[in-house]
Design a protein around this ligand. Sequence first.
Ligand code: NAP
Length: 309
Amino acid sequence: MSGILFERITLIGIGLIGSSIARDIRDKGLAGELVISTRSEATLKRAEELGLGDRYLTSAAEAVKGADLVIVSVPVGSSGMVAEQIAPSLKPGAILTDVGSTKASVIAQMQPHVPEGVHFIPGHPLAGTEKSGPDAGFPGLFKGRWCIFTPLPDTDPEALGRLRDFWAALGSRIDEMDPLHHDKVLAIVSHLPHIIAYNIVGTADDLETVTESEVIKYSASGFRDFTRLAASDPTMWRDVCLHNKDAILEMLARFSEDLASLQRAIRWGEGDKLFDLFSRTRTIRRSIVEAGQDVDAPDFGRHALDPKT
Ligand code: NAP
């Protein structure tokens, strides 16, 4: 239990991220009242069945009335539309934040709608799974994970401090970045790996005769680690690609160059070159484990049918 940080919190979007936030708010008692809004009746009903909040509304504009903190957790391509809907109903002094995986585009879409007196602080928790929807969320998703804020130049330090306290209560480690820098960093650590996974799984699927039999049968030999990433939500990842286009294209160009060099090393039998690269990458894996961003269990990602384990 951490105690009430905001009298009323409204969550817009109650999928994997929104519902994980809701579970933590509920379990830690961070809000006097927790209001939940999502566009479809079906998802809203499911959120209610799961007991994620205190009040449930399909109208985002109604849901934000009187809220001290509003967290938008919808696909990044929809953030502008949501901001437009809620803007006239936001309470002066309220904090408005989001969790979108791209930041420059979300700021460009949302900021023009934010009324004077409302503190808009874009954010991005670096935590998730390949699952989506309210059933996919779980308490503790953000524990030990980074939450990056990309505050605008005139951000009120007190509002920022309150939002930092909120994410810290969820167990997150907090950092701040310039939005364009965030988008570049995320393009390499998250967006490119997903695109590579979608591509490799797509290629295997195109080789139809193989997919029917051997690819699935022998998937344990590496392919299945890609299939987990490639099972991520299509809407979310379509929007990420469209809304971080420049940084992703830049990273893809670098990736293609390096792949060509690897291809050449294989063609010409340059074993030393291959060995050097594979040794360097192994060190990176060790650094990630040492930084507490993964565990060193040899079967990581395979035994964990339940993401909570
Ligand atoms: P999700 O599980 O698919 O949930 C999406 C939520 O947004 C649902 O409540 C859905 O409502 C709503 N929504 C979808 N399209 C909408 C639209 N056009 N207008 C309004 N609401 C819409 O997605 P998620 O994984 O929680 O991702 C939400 C955000 O978090 C995204 O911006 C994503 O980039 C970011 N993020 C995701 C991860 C991850 O690993 N998944 C990690 C960090 C950040 P209905 O069901 O009612 O249609």
